[in-house]
Design a binder for this molecule. Structure first.
Ligand code: SF4
Length: 247
């Protein structure tokens, strides 16, 4: 059996050819299932690494985490969440003061504006509560679909989509699950490939693997549990399917 998995890569099914290095499963659904099964074993405790106590703190932490490490965000929010105890406090503060409080975070000026404006809107239109629908969340300043998905999943226990961050984007392409480039298109392909009850877990497993082994610049293919089913494996592929460029 011959099938197409990954970017222009024709492969033989492992069920008929036996396993060989870097050979993905015969179709993307099986590839996704196998990847998740292995990563589940490797990272049994994978979960969100941002720290928060309330839905509003979760929202703020996710807004701050755009293009910034969770580690840095956690170190800033440890003090921030003690200083501001609810939407009223963020809505009332002078934006420059809030920017100063988060000044070690990337794009702190813009993010201070988003937080102040989002809290004003939450007070005026949502009775001070973080909304629980995708439409309402994405109307808040600084909140896109990715942030809204995180808040819905971890703040409201509602799984409406797949959180596609930079790690998920890179790994799904490397591993032959998608050839799409944008988070929105990758998300809709993953929603077709993976059962809904695994959407939330998928993100945390891929983020864990992206941080520990399959890093952006220097993935450690020699020590990777997915190596034999990864079409980008440096041990026998010249191309990184995430970028489409040679390693
Ligand atoms: S570390 Fe290498 S083998 Fe493992 S998933 Fe990343 S590119 Fe593939």
């Amino acid at each position: 059996m011959v099938s197409q998995v990954g970017a222009n890569r024709t492969v033989e099914s492992s069920s008929t050819s036996g396993m060989c290095m870097g050979t993905p499963r015969s179709d993307r659904e099986r590839q996704a299932a196998e990847l998740l099964s292995r990563l589940r074993e490797q990272y049994p405790d994978a979960t969100i690494s941002l720290r928060y106590r309330t839905r509003l703190e979760l929202l703020i932490a996710v807004v701050l985490s755009a293009q910034c490490t969770d580690e840095r965000v956690n170190s800033v929010t440890a003090e921030l969440f003690e200083k501001y105890d609810g939407p009223e406090a963020y809505a009332a503060v002078d934006q420059d003061e809030l920017a100063e409080d988060i000044s070690s975070i990337t794009y702190y000026n813009s993010k201070a504006g988003y937080i102040t404006e989002a809290c004003r809107k939450i007070l005026e239109e949502h009775d001070g509560e973080v909304p629980d629908t995708m439409a309402e969340l994405t109307e808040l300043p600084g909140v896109g679909r990715k942030t809204a998905n995180v808040v819905l999943q971890h703040g409201h226990d509602i799984v409406e989509g797949v959180v596609v961050d930079t790690h998920v984007q890179r790994l799904t392409r490397r591993l032959g699950l998608t050839e799409e480039h944008t988070p929105e298109r990758i998300e809709s392909e993953l929603m077709e490939l993976v059962p809904r009850e695994e959407w939330q877990e998928l993100t945390h497993l891929f983020i864990s693997h992206g941080r520990a082994t399959c890093t952006a610049r220097n993935p450690n293919c020699g020590d990777c549990v997915l190596e034999d089913i990864c079409p980008s494996s440096k041990t026998d592929s010249e191309v990184d399917l995430a970028s489409g460029e040679t390693w």
